[in-house]
Design a protein around this ligand. Sequence first.
Ligand code: FAD
Length: 306
Amino acid sequence: EAALALKSIARNISLKSSLQQMPKVYSALWPAARRFVTGETRQDAIDTARTLAAQGYSTSLECIGENTATEQACQDAMSEFLALSQAIETASLAGSATLSLDLSHIGLSVSRELALENLQRLAQDTRARGISMMLGMEESEKIPAILEVYTQVAEQHQHMGITLQAHLYRTPDDLAMLLRLPGKIRLVKGAFQEPAERAMQRGEELNLRFLALAQKLVEAQHSLWLATHDQQLLQECERRGILSSPHTEVEMLYGVRSDLLKQTKQAGQQTRLYLPYGLEWYLYLCHRLAEYPPNIYRALADCVQP
Ligand code: FAD
């Protein structure tokens, strides 16, 4: 509950300005965030991606941000993503690094038209550089708009994929619709607090749903990024032949269960790490605390360490 409260405060203030005006709070929280983000700059993410590529991991790079409220701020976010695309190419990471983003970071909170225009522009830029893209999935109210924009762009751009949240009751229908497009699917449990009539809680029912969705993708020989740190769930995926599909990769978040990802890679699996960076790390930290409350104790310890 504390993490959820932090998240709602974070949404209602302008993070960059408010936190930077409170340098003591900002620097006290940074040690906790540092576990989960590669740094505040694009170069931090690129450096991490380069190191990981040398170890055989693929990566997804994302400048943290969502719910961008003005057209100007969306253009600033676009400039950052275009610069990231160029930096991935310059660092010779186009084959292993994907550009990942949330649609509300580049326009959806202003208008659907702006989101479409900006996503198309980024899709053209990344395609020219041979870099793949992945859209995150946001709160359920935004999903119809995200799917509408995504399908319009993905019909022309096969290098674009999208995330689906297994916890939502609507997801099997969304998957059936998305299977007609070539774009890869990243499957997650779901990070947002949703009303009970829209989503199930963590537990056996959700795990079975996750497995059924993954199985459907494998049977369709569709590209699947299994994005989870749940060891038992991954073991069950292995037992059901989901991991042995040539189209399956396992993806985890930077700073979460790196031991398990390493073990998965050593077992011969394609593996990927999600690498966030940027000044909006406070909201990202809140997501990580809310989805795994024991992190709150660790964050407190990180913050009070001399
Ligand atoms: P859980 O059952 O939540 O956790 C299983 C185990 O993993 C825990 O017991 C713990 O050991 C470990 N663990 C999980 N989370 C943490 C954590 N924060 N810190 C430390 N240990 C942890 N969600 C969305 O709603 N939209 C997205 O677009 C999205 N993109 C994602 C992209 C990637 C690459 C990943 C890996 C996740 C993404 N998520 C997204 C988050 C996802 O929905 C889950 O909230 C998150 O992955 C935790 O769920 P889990 O599957 O690991 O299982």
